[in-house]
Design a protein around this ligand. Sequence first.
Ligand SMILES: Cc1ncc(COP(=O)(O)O)c(C=O)c1O
Length: 460
Amino acid sequence: MDRNAYLNELQERYTRAHPNSHRRFEHAAERLPGGGSHNLRLFAPFPFYEAGAAGATIGDIDGNTYIDFWQGHFANVLGHNPAPVIEALRTELEAGRGLATGFPERHQGELAELILDRLGAERIRFTTSGALATMNAILLARAFTDRRTVIKIAGGWHGAHPLALKGVHTYDHGLGRLESAGLPESADTEVVVTRFNDSAALEQTFARSGSEAACFILEPMVGSGGLIAADREYLQRARELCSRYGVVLILDEVITAFRFHAGALYSLYNVHPDLCVIGKAIGGGMPVAAVAGRSEIMELAAPGAPHERAVKFDGGTFSGHPSAMLAGLAFLKHLVAHEHELYPHIGQLGRIAREGIEERFAAYGLNARCAGDASEAGAGSSLVAVHFLTDGAERVRDPEQIYDPKRSDPELRDVIVKLGMLNEGFFVVHGYGALSFAHTEEQVRRSLDAFEQVAKRVSS
Ligand SMILES: Cc1ncc(COP(=O)(O)O)c(C=O)c1O
């Protein structure tokens, strides 16, 4: 394959089809670093600008429409702009309510009750982003244990803050580097990185650092690190080790909560964390995230906490924003009420996508392996990532495998296949993305035909 020739052709076609977006991007790039406020959205040659989105579909300002598998960074379990949320917000706005007032908001308690009930947790505090939530969960763990070390997994993304920006995706004989300039030195010394799904390595990490560790933070399915589910045995070992060493187990479920059933993924593993972080789906399309967990830890955020242990999980002009709380409540109530029809359906679509993508690429001699499967937790899964494994491996086990340039080909996935799929009318991220209840089996099967077209060009 002449990759460059195919890529040039794709970029030219894309540029021709998006003149208005091109102009808008050039204007934005003179004012915003890189042209926007979230790097993943700024794909080359330039992103298109949304003009309206409904269900599975997104339209742009040049009149193109796409079947979207990105779905609001995986948040939109019901598809774009779902009726239960739009209706609730419309009623509220028409009544002249819904914007920030700075007073306690009346839906917050009900949303808290619903989430706590589904998670089996005792207390919850809301904030506006997953990054703020994981940062505060870590601060709570440090205050509670009076220890400083944070253990995280290689490839774990918990948002951008000083206590989580080590060993995320920069590969340097492994994943263990600091990911940002400007961090305090403690960002390196106080954060210890361990390999995902490797129980022996975890035992060693705890033997070395467990007695100084405040917390072990990980996702039960690593998201940005490849959509790789934890082995059941690994997660159970994590729980045991945390209990043995007095370390707070924080499960980051920003992606996974309400994605596999109307609750946390950890319930399906039967592993209970001390603290859990949730986000994305819980806002129904609005910016909501939260920390939930054991009351004796969570209460350190309350106004009356003893001064030496009080955690400043505080402020946040827009925390508990009225429209966000209302949207989250309308959305989660719908997910709970329709749990038994919704999750089996999107899980089945995920399975069709994962199996079909592997088959279509294999027919053209390409070793595409799909992650996102959650059978280890006994669940169907609507998440799909594609990894082109150049080392011939049949399964993705840990994030190192996909960030190691000797073992995987992310450029093929994130640049060529991405533009190739756009050219066929599908928006994919990390190879595919997330199915929603608005997607149909016919759309998923069409996406497989589109992959086949791309595979044909890539392998020719
Ligand atoms: C597992 C996980 N934790 C935390 C975050 C950070 O959330 P936010 O982008 O809302 O700050 C993300 C974002 O994608 C995530 O995937």
